[in-house]
Design a protein around this ligand. Structure first.
Ligand SMILES: *Cc1c(COP(=O)(O)O)cnc(C)c1O
Ligand SMILES: [Zn+2]
Length: 410
């Protein structure tokens, strides 16, 4: 393992890496930690060439850049190495020179959250935990439950009542103990925190556990590798808690530090109008204020983000931008991505595409720029909202004559 220390994102204090620290002892719960690596040692042992021949077809290809001692990854669910599609027509619709869609709906439980969960499960096993717990808007929950089930850990999951049925069904199939909290995500998080503190389970809450960003950063590393180490000008990602966008920046940052890439792309953070505390804080130049959670993009409906520092740093340090889009734009984007590229995104995932469209319109992204869009979750997780964006087919009598009369073939 190449981890050397933790550094608090708030006070800057450093602590020796022991694998167990969650937040800064000095700052408390808000003292989110970064995990620091010995980049010189990684540079010595790990290269673009060694990566090419390593034969690992999961995110564990980047194991030297993960906080794990595990060396045998074969028993785990296969997470990562998802396709990156060069778009065939979406870039024309968006008005950019080239676009790529990273389809993380291909992960075993259907979302990017698997990247954090599989690393969390490996980490929990290394530390000897038997129970792993988290609160989630839905995907972290189903992903945690699936990855834990595979490795024989028990899970206790806290979800807000409004979690879509597809995600709930997954949780129950994976055998998780599910606490459906009669309240919003903030209340869900608070209850999970109190319970985990009392019972001493492994805490997979992405807001505070520094290992989660480390898992999620592999999406950026894969994108860079798939683009032959020449990332696009922009990478667009939807933002809820802020852990994913923090991970995207961290992944590019690590690759930059070990000399795999020469430039970190600009990162576009996308939120929904109905819940956009980051966007509001950015334009008001103020601290984050609690926001309502009023959007169909349930996975990014996070009124009180727990990882604001890393998210804000991602946009600032990459010279990126924040943008918000309406639910109508999100639904339209879902249809466009499905139509143009054959990729079915859930609303929160399609928000990234809607964000690119809006950013091009406002001149933030130029027509000469290239963009990578992270499709963070599969549309199959929430078909109810998807069906509101399309017209259901009229039933047709089962004869060719009736079909031709219906006008459907015209
Ligand atoms: C969780 C999630 C996000 C946002 O990730 P955060 O770490 O909460 O910012 C985006 N899209 C999907 C599909 C998600 O599940
Ligand atoms: Zn601190």
């Amino acid at each position: 393992m190449y981890c050397t220390s933790y550094r608090c994102t708030l006070c800057g204090k450093e602590y020796r890496y022991d694998g167990r620290m969650l937040t800064c002892p000095h700052c408390g719960e808000k003292g989110i930690l970064d995990i620091l690596y010995d980049y010189d040692a990684i540079r010595r042992d790990f290269s673009r060439a060694s990566l090419e021949t390593c034969g690992e077809l999961s995110l564990f290809r980047f194991a030297p850049l993960l906080p794990l001692n595990t060396t045998d990854f074969s028993p785990f669910l296969r997470v990562g190495c998802t396709p990156l599609y060069r778009t065939r027509s979406l870039h024309n619709v968006l008005g950019v020179s080239a676009a790529y869609v990273k389809d993380d709906g291909h992960n075993p439980t259907g979302s990017l959250k698997d990247r954090a969960s599989v690393v969390a499960v490996a980490h929990a096993i290394e530390l000897g935990y038997a129970v792993i717990a988290c609160s989630s808007t839905g995907n972290a929950a189903s992903s945690c439950a699936g990855n834990a089930a595979r490795m024989g850990l028990s899970t206790v999951i806290f979800v807000p009542e409004r979690a879509p049925e597809g995600k709930l069904a997954q949780l129950l199939m994976y055998g998780a103990k599910v606490v459906s909290v009669a309240g919003d995500y903030r209340m869900t998080f608070e209850l999970s925190k109190a319970t985990i503190d009392k019972y001493g389970w492994y805490n997979r809450n992405a807001g505070i556990n520094p290992v989660m960003v480390e898992g999620k950063k592999t999406v950026a590393m894969e994108v860079a590798e798939q683009l032959h180490w020449l990332p696009t000008d922009w990478v667009a990602v939807s933002v809820g808690d802020g852990c994913t966008i923090g991970g995207v920046y961290q992944g590019f940052y690590d690759l930059y530090q070990i000399g795999f890439i020469e430039r970190i792309p600009r990162i576009l953070g996308v939120q929904s109008f109905g819940c956009c505390p980051f966007v509001d804080a950015h334009f008001a130049k103020s601290e984050l204020k609690p926001a309502l959670e009023n959007t169909i993009a349930d996975s990014i409906a996070v009124g009180v983000p727990r990882n604001p520092k890393k998210a804000q740093r991602a946009v600032e340090a990459s010279h990126g931008e924040w943008i918000s889009v309406g639910d109508d734009e999100i639904l339209a984007a879902m249809k466009v991505v499905g139509n143009c590229e054959g990729v079915f995104s859930e609303p929160a995932a399609a928000a990234a595409t809607a964000g690119v469209a809006a950013a091009v319109e406002r001149g933030i992204i130029s027509h000469n720029d290239s963009v990578t869009i992270l499709s963070t979750g599969s549309g199959l997780k929430d078909v109810k909202n998807a069906l509101t964006a399309v017209t259901r087919p009229m039933p047709c009598a089962p004869t060719l004559e009736a079909l031709e009369r219906s006008g459907l073939l015209n």
